[in-house]
Design a protein around this ligand. Structure first.
Ligand code: ASP
Ligand code: MG
Length: 399
């Protein structure tokens, strides 16, 4: 009998009524003849609320204790969904990440899965039970509870799909898949029916909140097809979805999506070569991943995704001790990153030239730009990202 992994995001399990609708979907999959393993996120904004509490207690909370706190969110959902399934006459059992055999490295708050030993899940599935797994969490080889980075329930789902040799991995949320831009920012955003791993990975790493970047990287490695769907769509009728899988090379090259990211800090300043090495060492020790790093002519510039750095105040002080400036959201000088994602973007000058034309026409100063064949990212003022995103989308994706 084939195994299906389904993952439900926070908004799909935000209250008991919605957990009930999820239970109905899970029952339908079970009754269609599958073994079903369900991965759940924390209810609604629970993770943000828990993080907010921790930040009230300290501006730089210890990452180990954050993992203890945040892993509670998914644990609540898993038990409630199992209870709702029992109420529907189904036999279900819930497991935490560690009970599910999700073994990670020992980097708290941003751990990576290094192995999955899903024996207990397999046993229960073969007994005919529905298995519910708390997403976003695991256990390090030192037996510490870890979490997998924001949005990490996706990673749990893909890792389990691989370990259980699942027929498919279905990711449910409040949108019916991936769009060419965030529809809240760009009303004309287009739905994407199928896409390759690489493009989605670039989108996720550029800050799109569609699917966790680590999850896409995992799916690419393990060749797991992902079906992104909307929880509220009917179970029995054909509904729109995005299928992510290894794609035949597309003939049409060019821009596929535009992504804005405002949750970033900009690290920049004058620096000689020796200090650059020291800065990089500090960033590594403080667990601050640097993106878009450029060091040239005695100057350094890099971007930090603040979602990955819960203890930013402490990290910032450590980085600034090297003489650089760190600008985070809220400051007058704060920045956003707007990225064009696609293929063959640097094959000729069309995309770069067009992107700068749009910025100039909107009176937006581009402070820095990085370009590869797959992504062009522009650093602009914090308030300018949405306008630039709409212009770039109109120029490259609506033609
Ligand atoms: N609850 C976690 C978060 O909000 C993980 C997830 O939703 O996938 O980041
Ligand atoms: Mg969540």
């Amino acid at each position: 009998m084939s195994v299906i992994v389904q993952k439900y995001g926070g908004s799909s399990v935000a209250d008991l009524e919605r957990i009930g609708l999820v239970a109905d979907r899970v029952v339908a999959a079970k009754r269609a003849g599958h073994r079903v393993c369900v991965v759940v996120s924390a209810m609604g904004k629970t993770t943000d609320q828990l993080l907010g509490l921790a930040r009230q207690a300290s501006t730089s909370p210890p990452r180990r204790e954050l993992d203890m706190l945040l892993s509670v969110g998914e644990r609540t959902t898993m038990a409630l969904l199992a209870i709702a399934l029992h109420a529907r006459g189904e036999d279900a059992i819930s497991f935490t990440g560690s009970q599910s055999g999700i073994i990670t490295n020992d980097r708290h708050f941003d751990a990576r899965i290094i192995e999955v030993r899903p024996f207990r899940i397999e046993d229960e599935l073969s007994r005919g039970r529905i298995v519910i797994v708390a997403g976003y969490q695991g256990m390090s080889y030192r037996r510490e509870i870890t979490t997998l980075g924001r949005g990490g329930s996706d990673t749990t789902a893909v890792a389990l799909a691989a370990a259980l040799n699942a027929e498919r991995c279905e990711i449910y949320s409040d949108v019916d898949g991936v769009y060419s831009a965030d529809p809240r920012v760009v009303p004309a955003a287009r739905h994407i029916g199928t896409m390759g791993y690489e493009e989605l990975q670039e989108m996720a790493e550029s800050g799109a909140k569609v699917l966790n970047a680590e999850a896409v990287a995992f799916a690419k490695r393990e060749r797991i097809a992902i079906y992104a769907r909307r929880t509220s769509d009917p179970v029995d009728a054909e509904a729109r979805e995005t299928v992510v899988r290894a794609e035949a090379p597309r003939e049409a090259q060019g821009v596929r999506a535009v992504v804005g990211d405002a949750q970033i800090a900009w690290v920049h300043g004058a620096l000689d070569e020796g200090s650059l090495a020291a800065l990089l060492a500090t960033a590594d020790e403080a667990q601050v991943p640097l993106r878009e790093l450029r060091a040239e002519g005695g100057r350094v510039s890099a971007i930090v995704s603040l979602l990955r750095v819960p203890d930013w105040e402490r990290a910032r002080a450590r980085l600034e001790a090297h003489g650089v400036t760190c600008t985070a959201p809220g400051a007058d000088t704060s920045v956003s990153l707007v990225s064009l994602v696609g293929d063959g973007l640097t094959q000729d000058g069309r995309v770069l030239r067009g992107a700068f034309d749009e910025a100039r026409a909107a009176n937006i100063t581009v402070r820095s730009v990085t370009a590869t064949p797959f992504r062009v990212s522009m650093l602009v003022g914090a308030g300018e990202a949405d306008a630039l995103t709409r212009r770039l989308h109109a120029r490259f994706c609506e033609a």
